[in-house]
Design a protein around this ligand. Structure first.
Ligand SMILES: [Fe+2]
Length: 229
């Protein structure tokens, strides 16, 4: 009987361990709040644990979120127990297990400098026009995307933040007309192995890409809702 119980438990444990993630990726950060985005490659429950970088024994935790297929299992975690001008370590916990992504994870809050000191220096990385090849849906001929090592080159510069200037993904014909297509393309790009270290290494801010704006316009035209949106 013990063996019969143990086998399903082992199966559940091993299934939980198999859920892979994209990111995590720090997003905006302010003085009393910061966000971290993460996407599970399938259904999951997840939270973030974080701590002041030199106080690893005092763990802070976000609420647990259940991923939703309607968001392609992507989640935003709000870190609301932070103070200004502080660096935190953090780690994702997926299905109750800490995920080791193979690199140290940190985020920082903005310092309260006004009326106190000069504005602090900071380094910004900027980039755009990210086409990740996906042969089954790409146009025939030479692949449009290449040079994915640029993501690690940017990470090596250790910017304080990265600004994605637009065309952060490119929609193709199968992606244009539906939310399912959108989610497919965003998920495919965010799954790029060469992009993961950069996603995890700094805070990211994005401008809505032209291709997405075009797709939104086309969708509203199809639904005759342009006047209202
Ligand atoms: Fe572009």
């Amino acid at each position: 009987m013990r063996t019969l119980i143990a086998i399903p438990l082992l199966l559940v444990t091993s299934l939980a361990a198999q859920v892979k993630i994209n990111g995590p990726m720090p997003g905006y950060t302010d003085m009393l709040e910061a966000t971290i985005w993460m996407q599970c490659q399938g259904p999951c429950s997840a939270r973030m644990e974080y701590w002041v970088i030199d106080k690893p024994d005092s763990i802070l935790r976000t609420a647990v979120q259940d991923s939703e297929a309607s968001r392609a299992h992507a989640m935003d975690f709000i870190m609301d127990q932070v103070v200004p001008g502080t660096t935190y370590g953090y780690r994702p916990v997926v299905n109750g297990q800490v995920v080791d992504v193979g690199q140290a994870l940190t985020f920082s809050t903005q310092p309260l400098w006004k009326f106190r000191t000069d504005p602090p220096d900071f380094t910004v990385a900027m980039g755009s026009c990210v086409y990740i090849n996906e042969p089954v849906y790409d146009r025939p001929g030479n692949p449009y995307g290449s040079g994915y090592e640029i993501f690690n080159s940017i990470a090596d510069k250790k910017p304080d933040l990265m600004l994605w200037l637009g065309d952060n993904i490119y929609l193709r014909e199968p992606d244009w007309g539906t939310r399912t297509g959108f989610l497919h393309r965003y998920t495919h790009s965010r799954s790029t192995p060469e992009m993961q270290r950069l996603l995890r290494s700094t805070h990211h801010y994005a401008i809505l890409g032209r291709s997405r704006l075009r797709a939104q316009r086309r969708r509203c035209q199809l639904r005759e809702q342009c006047a209202r949106s």
